[in-house]
Design a protein around this ligand. Structure first.
Ligand code: Q46
Ligand code: ZN
Length: 307
C-alpha cells in the first residue's frame, strides 16, 4: 500500500483493515457496541466486507437489502440478492429485504419512466427511493444508525464532483456521520470512508467473500466513474492523494470553512402526511410525490399545459 508506505502479509492485512475501521468508528463517534445497527447491503464487495468486519469487531448489525427490480440482462437485482442471502446464511446473520416492486407496484425503471425523471438513467429516482426506504425501515424498527459501505474512493469522487461545481449545500453535508438532526431522521455513518476501494477488494478476496462483480448496468458512463478515473490517475502519480484530499476537506470543515447559510439554519421541520417521514417543506415528501399518479403532479401538469 504505497499510500501508507506499508507492506503487509495476508494475516496482518486482515487484522489491519478491521483496526482501521474501528479507529474510524471511534474517531468520528459513529456508534458503540450496544447500539442497534442496520447496514445497507447491496451484495457488492464493500457492503459485504463491511458486514464481515463489523461482525469480527463484535458489533451486532442487521442487513437491509433493497430490491430495485433492475435486470439489465445480467439479473442484476436478483443476483445481488442471492449473494447477500448467501453471505447472511453462512454467518447466521439477519438480512431484511424490502422489494420495491412488491411494496410500491413498480420497479425503479418504471417509476423513472412514469414520472419522467430519467428514462435512460433512473439514478436520481433510485437514490431518492433508497434513502426513503432505508430511513423508513430503520425508524420503524428502532435502529440507532444506518451504515453504508461508501469507501474512500466513493467519498473522494463525491467530494471532487461537489468541489468542481461548488455545490455548497452538498459540501456542507458530506461527512463520515450524518447526524439525526430532525425528528424521524435516523443517523447515518460510513465506517469505510478512510479505506481505499483497492484495499476493500483485497480484503474481500483474502476473506473468501463472494460478491456480485457486475456493476449496476446504469452505472456505465456515470459522472462518478469519470471522476474516479481522474482521481486514480492522480493517485497513481502521487500515492495518498485521495486520502489527503478527503481528510483535508474534513479538517477544513472542522476549521469552519463551510457553515450553513441563514436559510439552511432556519430550515423548517415538517412531517410528510402520507408516510410520516421528516421533510423540509410542508406537504408530501419528495418520495410520496413521486408515487402519486402523474396527472396529479402539479409540475408535470403545468409543463404539459405550457407546451
Ligand atoms: S443509483 Fe443508478 Fe446506482 Fe441505482 S440505478 Fe444503479 S447506478 S444502483 S448506486
Ligand atoms: Zn412521504
Amino acid at each position: 500500500m504505497r499510500q501508507h508506505k506499508l507492506a503487509l502479509c495476508k494475516d496482518h492485512f486482515l487484522d489491519w483493515v478491521p483496526e482501521q475501521v474501528e479507529h474510524t468508528i471511534r474517531r468520528y463517534h459513529m456508534f458503540t457496541h450496544p447500539d442497534k445497527l442496520l447496514l445497507a447491503v447491496s451484495g457488492g464487495k464493500d457492503s459485504l466486507s463491511l458486514w464481515d468486519i463489523l461482525y469480527r469487531l463484535g458489533y451486532v448489525v442487521d442487513g437491509l437489502y433493497i430490491g430495485l427490480g433492475i435486470d439489465g440482462g445480467v439479473r442484476y437485482s436478483d443476483a445481488s440478492l442471492e449473494y447477500a442471502q448467501l453471505f447472511a446464511q453462512d454467518r447466521n446473520l439477519n438480512l431484511h429485504v424490502v422489494d420495491i416492486v412488491a411494496e410500491y407496484g413498480e420497479s425503479i425503471i418504471e417509476l423513472a419512466i412514469r414520472t419522467h425523471r430519467g428514462r435512460y438513467k433512473p439514478c436520481s429516482v433510485c437514490g431518492l427511493t433508497k434513502r426513503h426506504v432505508m430511513n423508513r425501515f430503520a425508524r420503524q424498527n428502532k435502529y440507532y444508525a444506518i451504515l453504508t459501505g461508501h469507501n474512500l474512493d466513493d467519498e473522494a469522487a463525491i467530494l471532487f464532483g461537489n468541489t468542481i461545481s461548488w455545490v455548497g449545500s452538498y459540501l456542507l453535508h458530506q461527512a463520515p456521520v450524518l447526524e439525526a438532526n430532525r425528528p424521524g431522521l435516523i443517523r447515518k455513518a460510513k465506517p469505510l470512508c478512510r479505506i481505499y476501494e483497492r484495499e476493500m477488494a483485497a480484503y474481500a478476496l483474502l476473506r473468501g467473500i463472494t460478491y456480485i462483480q457486475d456493476e449496476c448496468p446504469y452505472a456505465t458512463g456515470s459522472t462518478s466513474l469519470y471522476h474516479k478515473a481522474i482521481l486514480n490517475k492522480l493517485e497513481s502519480d502521487r500515492p495518498g492523494t485521495k486520502l489527503s484530499f478527503y481528510l483535508s476537506f474534513l479538517q477544513a470543515k472542522r476549521n469552519g470553512l463551510f457553515s450553513p447559510s441563514v436559510d439552511q439554519k432556519v430550515e423548517s421541520i415538517h412531517t410528510c402526511p402520507e408516510c410520516g417521514q421528516p421533510t423540509s417543506a410542508p406537504g408530501r415528501c419528495a418520495f410520496c410525490r413521486m408515487l402519486v399518479p402523474v396527472e396529479e403532479i402539479p409540475e408535470f401538469s403545468q409543463s404539459k399545459g405550457a407546451s
